[in-house]
Design a protein around this ligand. Structure first.
Ligand code: SF4
Length: 200
């Protein structure tokens, strides 16, 4: 499978602490997308699903579940279905974002897509539409996007109570990574603060 990056522990991409996986490759090209570097299908890195599972299970006692986002997870449904089956067997939840609607995914009549959908507890569907920007709900940025509870693992009132947040990580190589969601002006102010020259 081809991925963009992952974070082993985050509280900004779904309920509770989660392992978060950004897959590589997205055909939607939504104007205003926060992750355009995930669009290219030849970007990112290849990783075996078995290796990704090892990374998830290494933190299984510290997470409630995993979150798949992108990129477009449903461009790689076969590998992700297998991964999510193992994750579910370990008792962990699965939250997935997709730029497709659920109806479009079902209309594919594709066994791999259906297999992945069967492993998803909470699906956040639909593309990001800049003209309908709305950050009032957790983790999503436009009002067309839906929270679809495909199992009873999560409850709408529990999800609605979650807050949007940003996380900043400074790598050993000095690279700063930000994840989570916030209105563009908040994100821009944060990036400006993080990159402003140090005052002597
Ligand atoms: S579906 Fe998500 S990753 Fe893909 S272009 Fe739209 S916002 Fe960006």
């Amino acid at each position: 499978m081809r991925i963009h990056r992952y974070v082993s522990l985050t509280a900004a991409e779904g309920p509770g602490q989660r392992f978060c996986l950004w897959v590589q490759g997205c055909p939607h090209h939504c104007p205003g997308c926060f992750n355009p570097e995930t669009w290219a299908t030849d970007g990112g890195v290849e990783i075996a699903p078995e290796e990704m599972l090892e990374k998830i299970l290494a933190v299984r006692d510290r997470i409630e579940g995993i979150t798949l986002l992108g990129g477009e997870p449903f461009e790689q449904p076969g590998e992700l279905a297998w991964l999510c089956e193992q994750v579910q067997k370990a008792g962990l939840g699965v939250l997935a974002f997709t730029g497709y609607t659920l109806e479009t995914l079902k209309a594919r009549c594709d066994p791999a897509t259906d297999r992945l959908l069967r492993q998803v507890d909470l699906l956040l569907d639909g593309p990001y539409i800049q003209a309908r920007q709305d950050f009032s709900r957790p983790w999503i940025g436009s009002s067309n996007q839906r929270f679809l509870y495909l199992t009873d693992r999560y409850r709408p009132e529990e999800i609605a109570a979650c807050q949007n947040r940003l996380e900043v990580r400074l790598g050993k190589d000095g690279v700063i990574q930000i994840n989570g969601i916030a209105p563009p002006h908040v994100l821009e102010a944060l990036v400006a603060k993080l990159t402003e020259p140090e005052k002597k």
